[in-house]
Design a protein around this ligand. Structure first.
Ligand code: HEC
Ligand code: HEC
Length: 426
């Protein structure tokens, strides 16, 4: 059986954390920023311990335990659920300074009992984004009485009040990935009445709390031992709040940038997860909980393969899946980098030139390994591969979100390019 959600974030991790030199960034919210100290109104749209009887009541669930860990102080301080802050539209979620105050988790990594509350549903993706080898745990909270609407190709249509979380963590040694796991940050996306908002939270060294850090943070000289036993040291970067939309955005018809989730699409969610000891399809589980409507029969639901499982799909489909989840949020016809570079790496693109075949880059930088994005049959002169394989900032792709090379990803794309029918580009 899979171990439950991050229970292994242990005390030993505190010791490990002490070895980590952290610096800069942190809690530099602008004074008078977006977090008025009116803790009494945190509950509009967020889970509320007083909102009894609904499936998403935080501490109603068997595995959350009644008021395990920190009670969600401020969340239920005397106002009715759904009462908006004065002057704010109905359903607005007030964003607290402390992650615990969202009421979505109980316990803490310091005491190895950090758990999503009932109704804050853990999920995994068939193929995730690579982020410097960090382990990620994701949860989806859809407010009581509301549900997501299924889409075959786009992100699920999630109702106002939805909160998605993603926690990034590292074990001290990837050969023992369950031990000494240290969370660094938890990112959240919140569906407000006016659209999505993104916030980073950074875990303190004691691992007792994650604090909102709109300025991001650098964990300088962060160290771990990789799966091969090689020590790695690098600067781990928590993005600033305004960098979230570099990836989480589309440009709409009016030329406005809109923030959006990326991974919560049917094809990436279409996999099993163990819930309370039971292996269930994630989408079916959401539908069974009343949190997803419009789910078609299983056979009709698309599925992106695990890009690194050769048994699941062809090299072509696995490589395209990897590019879709790692690159397409920027390289698509509706995102700024895609619009500028005309390089489209999303799964829908079929035109070879838009995918980079014999395409000269628009922004012709020097020393990026070649003249064309993809030289079919030869990865070693293909810019697309070069920029994935390098760790040089200004050249590497994605341009943010990693400092280290993803060896397996870079190899997958090399294999994909080498398997193409060779062509001389002009
Ligand atoms: C380098 C691009 C990139 C940046 C920068 C980025 N994200 Fe994401 N994020 C992704 C991708 C791709 C996914 C989906 C794949 C996954 O979860 O592994 C994702 C997923 C998420 C999710 C899970 C819900 C979803 O969209 O699927 C949350 C929550 C999230 N990001 C929050 C944030 C916040 C907050 C920031 C800024 C502090 C941020 N992200 C910055 C690329 C990025
Ligand atoms: C955060 C947004 C972002 C992500 C994610 C991203 N890119 Fe880019 N990419 C850009 C921008 C901006 C440019 C144009 C400027 C430049 O060339 O550096 C670009 C340019 C490129 C180019 C040159 C394209 C041309 O024809 O001009 C290649 C090749 C490339 N990216 C590959 C990738 C690959 C492969 C991935 C995923 C592994 C990826 N990118 C992910 C933002 C992104």
């Amino acid at each position: 059986m899979r171990a439950p959600y991050m229970t292994r974030l242990g005390l030993a991790a505190v010791l490990f954390a002490a070895a980590v030199a952290a610096c800069s960034g942190g809690n530099d919210d602008p004074p008078g920023g977006d977090n008025p100290p009116d803790s009494g109104n945190h509950d509009s749209g967020t889970p509320d311990a007083g909102d009894s009887g609904t499936p998403s009541t935080p501490d109603a669930g068997p595995d959350a335990g009644p008021d395990a860990g920190e009670p969600d102080a401020g969340v239920d301080a005397g106002t009715d659920a759904g009462t908006p802050d004065a002057g704010l539209p109905e359903g607005t979620v007030t964003i607290p300074n402390k992650l615990s105050e969202l009421g979505l988790f109980t316990g803490s990594p310091a005491t190895s009992d950090f758990q999503p509350v009932a109704g804050n549903i853990p999920y995994e993706l068939t193929t995730p984004l690579f982020s410097d080898y960090s382990l990620k745990s994701r949860t989806l909270y859809v407010p009581a009485g509301k549900a997501a609407v299924y889409s075959a190709s786009d992100v699920l249509d999630l109702p106002v009040g939805t909160i998605i979380t993603k926690t990034f963590a590292f074990p001290a040694d990837f050969r023992e990935p369950d031990k000494n796991v240290r969370p660094l940050e938890t990112r959240i996306l919140v569906r407000q009445p006016g659209g999505w908002e993104a916030y980073p939270y950074v875990w303190n060294d004691a691992l007792t709390e994650a604090d909102k850090a709109v300025g991001g943070k650098v964990f300088k000289n962060f160290e771990f031992i990789d799966a091969q036993g090689v020590a790695k040291k690098f600067d781990y970067l928590v993005p600033q709040r305004n960098q979230c939309q570099k990836c989480h955005h589309v440009v709409d018809e009016q030329d406005n940038q809109q923030l959006l989730p990326i991974g919560v699409k049917a094809r990436y969610l279409n996999r099993d997860h163990v819930y309370d000891g039971q292996t269930l399809n994630q989408l079916q589980h959401l539908a069974d909980l009343g949190k997803l409507t419009g789910l078609p029969p299983a056979i009709q639901i698309p599925r992106a393969p695990d890009a690194f499982n050769t048994a699941e799909a062809s090299l072509e489909i696995r490589a395209r899946t990897y590019l879709d989840i790692n690159c397409a949020h920027c390289h698509n016809p509706k995102a700024q980098p895609g619009i500028t570079s005309r390089l489209f790496l999303d799964i829908k693109t079929t035109d070879e030139f838009s995918l980079g075949h014999c395409k000269r880059p628009g922004s012709a930088g020097n020393g990026v390994g070649g003249e064309f994005d993809i030289v079919p049959g030869d990865h070693s002169t293909s810019i697309l591969w070069y920029r994935m394989n390098t760790e040089e900032s200004g050249k590497m792709m994605p341009e943010i979100g990693r400092a280290l090379r993803h060896d397996a990803g870079s190899q997958l794309i090399a294999d994909w390019i080498d398997a193409m029918t060779p062509r001389t580009c002009k």
